[in-house]
Ligand binder design. Structure first.
Ligand code: NAD
Length: 355
């Protein structure tokens, strides 16, 4: 793999390989694009089989963060870090303090947060070495309420496009997963009078949703065949694939899970069936909004107000899709690229403070 060529193809600004022999730290920080602001993205700890595998992941994930923050309307660029290690490694302090020192060495161009294999406690170790870290204990906390609120309003916007009005009262929503994002989403749906079907590999979580919210539990594999108006994937990635798209009977797919399309062509297939697909990184942007809110010192209410904008963003995505005759997942990318381009254009004018 030619690293510079990969950077050129995807437009990365900077990739930093770091090693601390004192604790056996091997990490890569990728900064994709900082047109809109410092590159924000979590740190993933994973036992990658090779440096190449880790590099591919960090390049892909950091680029995704540029797009996610751009469509969320935040003054943030995209970045990501990976540490090649067992996520259950016990010597957390040395590992994450080493990481913090490397983050600090970038002078604020990259801001980290938690991700797969890391926790708020790990971020406290990072914090001892740098202030460029979010997702700390007792600050913004669990992002799921803001994420699910964004999913809820995005779902309503899709209903407006699909059925002419955004009320979800009387609609049946099949929610895959009954975890954190799913549960808060189901609360909003219940308040609006929607009927809820849900499933989870953890039977206790389904029981909780049935008892607390009056949801109906279904078998995990049966969720794709459900007679429902909306499918809300809130558990796993790659659940929109050759097998499942053929089985869906819904008019809208709108859920919080990351990377819902198994391959890009599935974003085309789903629309051929007449289903409105809300691109995952647009509708689940409440998570990054929550982190941004922490950096800005926002209250949860303020973060939720920002997440409310996801309603208009979903409408805009479908407008661009119609305007340019492209599937919604491509329209989301175009919306992000248009924002970055317009901000870049503003920077051609010199103002005091520029050097
Ligand atoms: P979570 O772990 O609380 O919930 C996920 C649930 O999915 C778990 O209860 C798990 O048992 C269940 N699950 C796993 N495999 C399943 C299967 N085959 N069928 C049905 N259920 C299954 O996680 P979460 O924070 O609610 O996140 C859910 C999704 O949303 C993830 O894809 C996550 O990356 C994404 N996301 C979350 C946030 C956030 O703020 N938490 C933000 C953006 C994106």
């Amino acid at each position: 793999m030619d690293t510079f060529n990969e950077m050129r193809l995807r437009g990365h600004e900077q990739v930093v390989f770091s090693h601390d022999p004192s604790c056996g730290y091997f990490g890569i920080i990728a900064i994709h694009d900082t047109t809109l602001g410092p590159a924000l993205g979590g740190t993933r700890v994973w036992p990658y089989a090779s440096t190449e595998e880790a590099l591919k992941d960090v390049l892909r994930l950091s680029r995704g963060m540029t797009y996610k923050s751009a469509v969320a309307g935040l003054n943030l660029g995209g970045g990501k870090a990976v540490i090649i290690a067992d996520p259950k490694r016990p010597d957390r302090e040395s590992l994450f303090r080493a990481h913090g020192r490397f983050v600090e060495s970038l002078g604020g161009r990259y801001i980290t947060a938690e991700d797969v294999g890391t926790s708020p406690t790990d971020m406290e170790f990072v914090k001892r070495e740098t202030k460029h870290v979010a997702g700390l204990l007792n600050l913004s906390g669990d992002p799921s309420p803001v994420t699910s609120y964004g999913v809820y309003v995005g779902m309503k916007a899709a209903a407006k496009v699909k059925w002419g009005k955004d009320s979800l009262a009387g609609k049946t929503v099949a929610v895959q997963g009954a975890g954190k994002v799913a549960f808060y989403l189901m609360k909003h749906l219940k308040e609006e009078g929607a009927k809820i079907l849900t499933c989870d590999i953890d039977a206790e979580k389904v029981k909780h949703a049935v008892e607390e919210l009056g949801a109906t539990g279904v078998a995990t594999d049966a969720i794709y065949d459900a007679q429902a108006d909306i499918f809300a994937p809130c558990a796993l990635g790659a659940i929109l694939n050759d097998d499942t798209i053929a089985r869906l009977k819904v008019g809208i797919v709108a859920g919080g899970a990351n990377n819902q399309l198994a391959e890009e062509r599935h974003g085309v297939d789903i629309e051929k069936k007449g289903i409105r697909y809300c691109p995952d990184y647009v509708i689940n942007g409440g998570g990054v909004i929550n982190v941004y809110g922490e950096l800005q010192g926002w209250t949860m209410d303020r973060a939720k107000r920002k997440a409310q904008e996801i309603y208009d963003t979903i409408l805009r995505v479908f407008q661009i899709a119609a305007r340019d005759k492209i599937p919604s997942f491509q329209a989301a990318d175009r919306l992000a690229e248009e924002r970055i381009k317009s901000v870049m254009a503003l920077k051609r004018m010199w103002v005091a403070g520029d050097r």
